[in-house]
Design a protein around this ligand. Structure first.
Ligand SMILES: [Zn+2]
Length: 321
């Protein structure tokens, strides 16, 4: 069977890999800076060169490759193969025909998918979601992305916009979110939201290891630093992860009663905190879901790490071939 190329179009790096879509193995990978400030035309040219280069470096021929999948950080129009809004890239890429441009430059069939839906597909097929037919993914990082697999199908809906779980409203009186709405989960439990809770404690002069570790420099407060304080048994730091987990747990509870997932997968950089974050999510789901056998719903960490996206989008491209 032919191999597929998966690509993660990031704000900082273009990561690409040749993937064996039968077992999810990454065979060859290559990464270059996105240099997004050069504009979308230059980035697309760089991507196409990167794909041709990785094929060559792998000692393969174009004929060995079935197609390309690109995971894109933002809103897409999947029917038209265009980017609509990429908040982390300069110029935000409104109506850029990414799919047809890459197909033309490389001569290979190309598919697009949102980056967290790519991760969702990867984890479902080859990672923490293996073997069950209904899966929820929360990717907790700079923002909160999401994805759903329902009854054995990656859920996409209008242009691929279904599954934006970071923008579930968990408090209608809540603070403004990056999306312009108020009270979204992302405003409560993303990496920056967790860091902000730590900064607030330090600024208020609360006695906490967070203050010692950052040496009273608020710019140095990160989710990792707060995690380190929590592991050293600091009550304030533990409480911050408790709170973030509680909010994610509330959102997860809402998803549980909506689609009854068998597994809820927590990924993204912030999920490296492990049980500090997973335990309060599990507890909240158990406490707040009443109308279904909630003890059958597993809350687990993602398994594929930073490869989930390229594996998932390569396998997505293969599923459409
Ligand atoms: Zn939002």
């Amino acid at each position: 069977m032919k191999k597929y190329i998966g690509c993660d179009l990031g704000g900082t790096n273009l990561r690409t890999a040749i993937v064996d879509v039968e077992n999810g193995a990454v065979m060859h990978h290559l990464s270059v800076p996105t240099l997004a400030r050069d504009g979308h035309e230059a980035v697309m040219k760089r991507m196409a060169d990167l794909f041709l280069h990785v094929i060559q470096r792998a000692g393969m021929k174009k004929e060995d490759i079935g197609g390309i999948g690109i995971g894109v950080p933002g809103v897409l129009d999947l029917e038209r193969g265009e980017t609509l809004f990429l908040p982390n890239l300069p110029g935000t890429w409104p109506h850029v025909p990414l799919q047809s441009t890459i197909a033309q430059l490389t001569g290979l069939p190309t598919q697009l998918l949102n980056d967290v839906r790519s991760i969702t597909n990867g984890e479902w097929r080859f990672g923490a979601g293996r073997g069950v037919d209904t899966v929820v993914v929360f990717a907790i990082g700079t923002g909160i992305g999401g994805g759903l697999v329902i009854n054995g199908q990656l859920h996409l809906s209008m242009g691929g916009t279904g599954g934006e779980l970071g923008h579930m409203i968990i408090d209608f009186n809540g603070p403004r979110c990056g999306c312009g709405n108020y009270g979204c989960l992302e405003a409560y439990a993303s990496g920056p939201a967790i860091a902000a809770m730590g900064m607030k404690a330090v600024a208020q002069g609360v006695k906490t290891l967070i203050a010692d570790f950052c040496e009273y420099d608020l710019n140095r407060v990160t989710p990792e630093l707060i995690e380190r304080a929590a592991r050293a048994d600091d009550e304030i730091a533990k409480n911050i992860y408790e709170k973030a987990g509680y909010y994610i747990g509330l959102a997860a509870a809402n998803i549980c009663v909506s689609i009854g997932p068998r597994r809820i997968i927590i990924g993204g950089g912030v999920a490296k905190a492990g049980d500090l974050l997973l335990e309060p999510i599990r507890r909240t789901v158990l406490e707040r879901v009443r109308v279904m056998p909630v003890e059958q719903i597993e809350v687990v960490a993602s398994e594929l790490g930073s490869n989930a996206g390229v594996i998932g989008v390569a396998s997505w491209a293969a599923s459409l071939a």
